[in-house]
Design a protein around this ligand. Structure first.
Ligand code: SAM
Length: 324
């Protein structure tokens, strides 16, 4: 079957089957609005690039140990592919190994995956990934047995990166990135077995609303996997940066691990487990050929790497799981 751009029908069919007809109608309308040509000045250019991607009829995907697409591609076609994928710069989440091209992304997202994968049961689970970026983790989730992964990300470049990768992963590969944010999630949806929110909480100005929404996406006993920045401190500690944090403008609340657990209890979640706490290293987040802008080494105080350039504690991240 020929690959098609923005083919969300299998998601809508699955959710309709599960009785979420009204929400599906809302999602369809919201996707149409988000993907209207006038909404983003580069969408036409990216769509044209997608149509230039060379065919690889024998492409196969293996995302068990790492993400790799295997298949036969002549050298000149590989050069076209590389050039076309580069038009979707910056590539932040990955890495992707695509027919001999190593998309060395800003983040070693595979390291985060390795830290959390043994703490979530994905076999035959319907998964929601809020703020999924280019859908990298969705491929790893499918390889771990998920039945379908519904990713949400409002940033259209990442949606396009996903479409470029999906072009080769098979039209019916059940990993989707809808061009939407968490505001498309109604309260008390109870639609998913597992919900991920990684790297999103601190970008939300109302973090408890975000957690409440996430909790509401889960079926009974469904599992939440939450990954976020944290600070050292007790259950009364939260960092609200005065301005930027690590040069990021949109960071609102960075809680201590105790405060985060309190927030999770307050939204009614149970069985809360802190499964990982790791300081982000300059090996895990850095500039590369595929993300040539500034990265973590530029966000840290050059004289004291335990601090950001603004003088705040350097990035420390936790993965917490919980059940509804
Ligand atoms: C720091 S990245 C994390 C990406 C990925 N989840 C990971 O852990 O590597 C945050 C992502 O959240 C997306 N995002 C920002 N606001 C959002 C919102 N309101 N709802 C869902 N995603 C959002 C951004 O576009 C970005 O891709």
């Amino acid at each position: 079957m020929a690959a098609e751009l923005f083919d969300y029908e299998p998601v809508f069919a699955q959710l309709t089957d599960e009785g979420h007809c009204e929400w599906v109608q809302q999602l369809q309308a919201a996707c149409d609005v988000a993907l209207a040509p006038e909404v983003h000045g580069n969408l036409d250019k990216w769509t044209a690039a997608w149509h230039l991607l060379p065919d690889v009829p024998d492409a196969t995907l293996d995302a068990c140990e790492r993400f790799q697409l295997l298949g036969s591609l002549a050298d000149d076609q590989r050069a076209v592919l590389r050039e076309t994928l580069m038009q979707l710069h910056p590539w932040r989440k990955g890495p992707f190994h695509v027919f001999g091209i190593h998309i060395d992304t800003e983040w070693r997202s595979d390291w985060k995956w390795d830290r959390l994968k043994d703490h979530v049961e994905l076999r035959n689970r319907l998964v929601l990934d809020v703020g999924c970026g280019n859908g990298y983790y969705g491929w790893r989730m499918l390889a771990a047995g998920a039945s379908q992964v519904v990713g949400l990300d409002p940033f259209l470049l990442y949606v396009m990166q996903h479409e470029a990768i999906k072009r080769y992963a098979g039209a019916r590969a059940d990993n989707y990135v809808l061009p939407l944010g968490d505001d498309c999630l109604p309260k008390n949806l109870h639609a998913f077995d597992v919900t991920f929110s990684m790297g999103v909480l601190y970008h939300r100005s109302s973090p408890i609303d975000h957690l409440q929404t996430l909790a509401g996406t889960l079926k009974k006993d469904g599992q939440l996997v939450l990954e976020t920045l944290i600070v050292e401190g007790d259950c009364n500690s939260v960092l609200v940066p005065e301005g930027r944090y690590a040069k990021m403008r949109n960071v609102w609340f960075i809680p201590s691990i105790d405060m985060l657990q309190l927030w999770l209890r307050r939204v009614g979640l149970k069985d809360i487990r802190v499964v990982d706490v790791t300081a982000t290293s300059v090996q895990e987040q850095r500039s590369t050929d595929w993300m040539t802008f500034e990265s973590l080494p530029d966000f840290l105080d050059p004289n004291d790497r335990s601090k950001t350039v603004e003088g705040y504690p350097a990035p420390l991240r936790a993965v917490v799981t919980a059940r509804r």
